[in-house]
Design a protein around this ligand. Sequence first.
Ligand code: CUA
Length: 451
Amino acid sequence: MTRNHRSRRLVTAGLTAAAALALAACSQYPHSTFEHSTEFNTAIDALWNKLLFWGTLVFVIVEALLVYTIFRFRKRDGGPEPKQTHGNTTLEITWTLIPIFILAMIAVPTVRTIFRTQAKAAPNALQVEVIGHQWWWEFRYPEYKITTANELYLPVGRKVNFTLHSQDVIHSFSIPRLGGKRDLIANHTNFLWFTPDSIGEQALNGMCAEYCGASHANMRFKVFTVTPENFASWAAHQQTPAAFGAVAAAATPGAATAATGAAAAQSVAAVDTAGNAAPHTKPATGPSVGTPPMGHDMTAMNANSPTAQSASFIAFPREKIPAFAVPSTPLPDVQFNDALKGDPERGRQLITAYQGACAACHSIAGNPSAVGVIGPNLTHVGSRTTIAGGIYPNDTRHLSRWIKNARWMKPGVLMPTIGTGQYDPILKANLKQGLSDEQIADIVAYLQALK
Ligand code: CUA
């Protein structure tokens, strides 16, 4: 076997393996926009099929004519010169009419689909305001007075109308499985609507689809399509203020085990320490201080009331979340003493005491001193499955490191580096005065108690 022959066989084998690998990667379609789950992607798919049909037809006919011409009229020794055609009116009219016909067949369905998908949404649609931030998502449900971040709950079978804005640069709101994708632009409102009607209860990935800076790839979110009943339960729960009081008061084991989800299991330690913590007191600042967090009724803000937690709350079951919707970003090199067990009450005090840092940027309904609007609303952060714009799972290991040095874990974030001695990649210096691991563990315990 010659060397040349062997290398050609190697290349063939390599190409075959690459093709097999590429096909294997397509064996599941978690992000396919072609599976009909809304009237939006049904319309887009129908348009795509039409365009593909006409494109294929043109390709096949043109290539066939080309190949025929190449062989039929190729130069032969001593052969005559083919007949030369110039100024044939019939031919010229024919090859002008054919493209006009093809363009019409493409333009009519395209324009029709654009008008259909850009029409005003039905008046009874669920309104969701989407605000893009570098690099996370704010979701507001004005009808329910809910403000949340990075996790979108949608009821199956109800039309949802998204109102899209940006707080800073251009982002693009994209949920491939639901077919939605539209830009978010500052000082301009875009709209997008669809009905998740044949998708059932699912956890889906959403992402930013427009390059928007250093952490564009880290700007993700989750979409949970749920039954109308579960949506109502979720919305009712989200309307309640922070449920920390309920967890602190729930020193009885029965109440603690009634909490839902895997995150609850993580905060069992927090509940234990909360039981031993000082008896619950009203926040020192009192409800009259500060403005109410966005979208929340002052009357509903019975701060840290033990009855505030809605017992009927049904989160999307974590065991039903498929692997592709669970973040797998490697845990960066931030050292943390994972043996520490935090105290949620001390964490609550730290949130407001620590140079005002947390409370100045984040809102926690029910905690009157936390009314910041720069970062995500943390009222029910303990019930979310991810943190940091969907790139890390919301568990103790990730959350503690995130608070300790967010800038190390996600390039360019506004969230400051907080852990003492940590290197701040933006200030390019080690932090002299920050929080200890014990203090961070307390804050984590508090945040995890905010179900
Ligand atoms: Cu936001 Cu890319």
